[in-house]
Design a protein around this ligand. Structure first.
Ligand code: KG4
Ligand code: ZN
Length: 325
């Protein structure tokens, strides 16, 4: 079995996965959403202290499996430096105490392998990764061959929901709050310009849309927020759709997946499903509980790394907060 640890942002999570069967034996996650909510976003130093409390509390439930562990997997990149270090230090301590190697796991690969929890990997696959930190279109060939086709020039899709929610004093994370607010909105009242709609670039940008929304929020009272939310969600998603459409012209999709915390958005799921229909391409999604950050996806990814012998000595593992794929 492999014990995996995730602490790249505001979720403290540990999982235990059986190597041969890929079965998830144990999984627990303690989210810090409530603690960060009053600040409208993640406060790194607070997140770090909360991991230092939550991770040992979760680990205490795992002691019965220690004798069966072959390795400790841990997210070591990308993420917040002060929170990644909490998981990595725990992995090092376990590695010394149990005399087993560490498997460093890239968080983005974790999101991709959230599709394959308790399953065989189905590759190649075109993946749209939409989380709080990333908006990327990725061609996934195998665990170690992944090509980033497009990325964001500034904010990410999920982050733009967080920032709009903050402008409206709704709390954090903004994604589910904005999606819920948008249900009662009048979609015809506000019209925002789709980012980069005239640009031939296959890239993403959300800072301009954020500023358009800010002006609308400032010019109206709270009764207009559902109307602003529905138009914002439509425009933010339309931007993804336009760029996917452009990419699909030269690279028709066969298998397509959306992963990351924002892949929980039902409007986005519906729009992508429509887009895929003429291509007869299948849409793959992770179960809702594994869309946002969790250690089960890190455990699943680490099984691939284990098979490839990507094992590390506790002395050689370090964090890489800004790394991509
Ligand atoms: O993957 P994740 O848990 O953390 C990162 O790796 O960043 O993603 C969290 C992000 C937050 O920005 C959150 O607002 C967004 O995912 N999110 C959503 C929805 N649920 C979560 N965004 C849009 N619609 C949602 N329903
Ligand atoms: Zn994530």
């Amino acid at each position: 079995m492999i014990l995996s640890i995730e602490s790249s942002c505001d979720d403290s999570s540990i999982a235990i996965t059986e190597i041969a069967t890929k079965k998830l034996i144990y999984h627990k996650k303690i989210s810090q959403e409530l603690e960060h909510s009053q600040y409208g976003g993640v406060v790194p130093e607070l997140a770090s202290r909360l991991h230092a409390q939550a991770l040992p509390a979760i680990l205490a439930e795992c002691e019965g499996w220690f004798s069966k562990l072959k390795a400790i997997a841990v997210t070591n990149e990308p993420g917040l430096g002060v929170t990644l270090i909490e998981g990595v230090v725990m992995a090092k301590a376990l590695s010394i105490a149990l005399n087993i190697p560490v498997i460093p796991v890239n968080h983005l690969k974790g999101h991709i392998y959230s599709l394959f929890i308790e399953k065989e990997a189905l590759l190649p696959l075109t993946v749209l990764l939409v989380s709080g930190g990333h908006t990327q279109l990725i061609e996934v060939e195998s665990y170690n061959v992944m090509h980033t086709v497009a990325t964001t020039m500034d904010d990410s899709y999920g982050e733009s929901f967080d920032k709009v929610a903050k402008m409206m004093n709704l709390g954090y994370p903004g994604g589910p709050l904005i999606e819920k607010l948008a249900v009662d909105g009048d979609a015809s009242r506000f019209s925002f310009t789709v980012p980069l709609w005239q640009s031939p670039l296959i890239a993403f940008s959300y800072s301009g849309l954020k500023n358009q929304v800010r002006l609308a929020v400032e010019a109206n009272d709270a009764s207009a927020y559902p109307d602003i939310a529905v138009s914002f969600q439509r425009t933010a998603t339309e931007h993804l759709l336009q760029k996917l459409k452009k990419y699909f012209k030269s690279h028709p999709p066969k298998r397509f997946a959306i992963v990351g915390g924002a892949s929980a958005n039902l409007y986005l799921r519906g729009r992508v499903l429509e887009l895929l229909q003429p291509f007869k391409a299948e849409l793959y999604l992770s179960p809702l509980e594994y869309c946002s950050d969790n250690a089960a996806m890190i455990g699943r990814a680490s099984i691939e790394a284990y098979a490839l012998n990507e094992l590390s000595d506790y002395q050689n593992i370090s964090i890489n907060p800004r790394c991509k794929l």
